[in-house]
Design a protein around this ligand. Sequence first.
Ligand SMILES: [Zn+2]
Length: 132
Amino acid sequence: MQSLILAKEQLQSMIEHVNAHAPLEACGLLAGKDSTVEKIFFVQNQAQSAVRYVMNPMEQLAAFEWIDSNSMDLLGIFHSHPAGPDTVSPTDIAEAAYEVVYVIFSHTDKDWHARGFWIKDNDYTEITLQIR
Ligand SMILES: [Zn+2]
């Protein structure tokens, strides 16, 4: 996957979500078609941690079922790094279980920003986030 396409409103709603949960990490799932995100699932971080996230398995399962029954694909997983870094952490690499774009939110001063990554074989490459 070369890029992930997000609407400005979708990006804004994710920023509001991660900001509301800071200093804890927040997370969610991105579904859609052909690299274009059409649906965002905000999932509870049951780890309730500032340095890691564990998606609530019931919410995750419900999201996967919705994605299947709406003929969409899981395109991405997003989470926040309220205390940084603005890139993937060793934990993210160790726990990457899906071949999807990992979107990470971090902030400098007051502004949150997002970066996308493809994690594979204990390594990662940056994926362009196209905001429309
Ligand atoms: Zn992380």
